[in-house]
Design a protein around this ligand. Structure first.
Ligand code: LCS
Length: 396
């Protein structure tokens, strides 16, 4: 790199981090190294690479030049020491859990997280002796009360999927660290364009890059970013052995998506800032949760911790589930689909879709009501999104 990334603006970094000109051909776009393995010049060189005495690639599960560019770019954006690209957001989470937890360890997590993130800990990691307590992490007293001597990991999603609750990262980092626990933050909803958890004390940041970072609803991908080199070295061998690696072509597409992250986030956020107050005043809408509305319970904290409120909105209609289903069945421009953070507006019903695997009592306790609708505002002209919402609400 010919520049010092610390002095660049966030938008500049999304475009230039990991964008070195190819030294062989001068190609401006990154080459796709679609290879599983890399030849050694000699037996001694192969041995030196395996022993970590010489830099260089060995085998794509352990690292690949195209994937390495994406890892360098996201590490720079998050302010981390190192990053590991993964095949999905779930494999990013599972890699961190396997790397950091052992039998008898306890996890404290946000009660409202992506459904499978919680279910995999409660249903699968429990079989290996890991216990967990999920609480509303926006409530610091609840976090303090949940921490035990054996708590090794605190997992926070902020803003939370799908309640949009915002957790005070600096305060939770202090609670975790006082107990010798690691703070893992799922930064999927905000993306590094709007929030950088490492600046607030997070030890590890994870992403479902399926969402904003790639941004085009054509890739499933994840990333683990470590704040320190020591943490990166701890997670890296587990990433290689679990086989959570990303394919080079997938990395290339994600890099291409990343280059427009800042402008996509600006556009979709501007849309959401118009849609959310429109929904809030609509006579058929019971309530709206959006970090950009003064009615959001952690509105001030969101302002402090994030560079903007983003483009995800949750709301419930008067008439609850039935009215919501009628509305969802009548959307025309917006897409009735799970996922979020794409250029197209996506709308879904968490209780029957993304959070259906959570037991209903846990779901309700986490604030995910039966009638909650989640909207990811895309990059369309906002008048068109509002017109579609308006006609769908007329049918509700
Ligand atoms: N973390 C968060 C916050 C997520 O929203 C998701 C997926 C994941 C992790 C898992 O990532 P994946 O393996 O799918 O890349 N969230 C989804 C959602 O809300 N709708 O569909 C998927």
């Amino acid at each position: 790199m010919t520049y010092d990334s610390k002095h660049l603006g966030r938008s500049t970094l999304t475009i230039h981090a990991g964008s070195e000109i190819d030294p062989t051909t001068g190609a401006v776009a990154p080459p796709i190294y679609q290879t599983s393995t890399f030849a050694f010049a000699s037996c001694e060189q192969g041995a030196a690479r395996f022993a970590g005495q010489e830099d260089g690639f060995i085998y794509t599960r352990m690292g690949n030049p195209t994937t390495a560019r994406l890892e360098a770019a996201v590490a720079a954006l998050e302010g981390g020491a190192g990053a590991l690209a993964t095949s999905s957001g779930m494999s990013a989470l599972c890699t961190v859990l396997v790397a950091l937890l052992g039998q008898g360890d306890h996890v404290v997590g946000s009660s409202s997280v992506y459904g499978p993130s919680r279910v995999v800990i409660e249903r699968d990691f429990s079989r290996f002796g890991v216990t967990s307590t999920f609480v509303e992490t926006a409530d610091l007293a609840a976090v303090k009360a949940a921490v035990r001597p054996e708590t090794r990991l605190v997992l926070v999603e902020t803003p939370a999927n799908p309640t949009m609750a915002i957790t005070d990262l600096a305060a939770v980092a202090a609670i975790a660290h006082a107990n010798g626990a690691t703070l893992l933050v799922d930064n999927t909803f905000a993306s590094p364009a709007l929030q950088r958890p490492i600046e607030w004390g997070a030890d590890v940041v994870m992403h479902s890059m399926t969402k904003f970072i790639n941004g085009h609803s054509d890739i499933v991908a994840g990333m683990v970013v470590s704040a320190t080199e020591a943490m990166h070295r701890r997670i890296r061998p587990v990433h290689a052995y679990l086989g959570a690696c990303m394919d080079p072509h997938q990395a290339w597409l994600t890099l291409r998506g990343l280059r427009t992250l800042a402008m996509r986030v600006r556009t979709s956020q501007a849309g959401a800032l118009t849609v959310a107050p429109w929904l809030e005043q609509h006579p058929k809408v019971e309530w709206v949760r959006y970090p950009g509305l003064p009615s959001h319970p952690q509105y001030e904290l969101g302002h402090r911790q994030m560079d903007g409120p983003g483009s995800l909105i949750s709301f419930e209609l008067r008439g609850g589930l039935e009215a919501g289903v009628r509305m969802l069945n009548h959307v025309k421009l917006m897409t009735l689909a799970v996922s979020l953070g794409g250029v197209e507006s996506l709308i879904q019903h968490p209780a029957s879709m993304t959070h259906a695997a959570m037991p209903r009592p846990d779901r309700l306790a986490a604030g995910i009501s039966d009638g909650l609708v989640r909207l990811s505002v895309g990059c369309e002209d906002v008048e068109d999104v509002i017109a579609d919402l308006s006609q769908a609400l007329d049918q509700a």
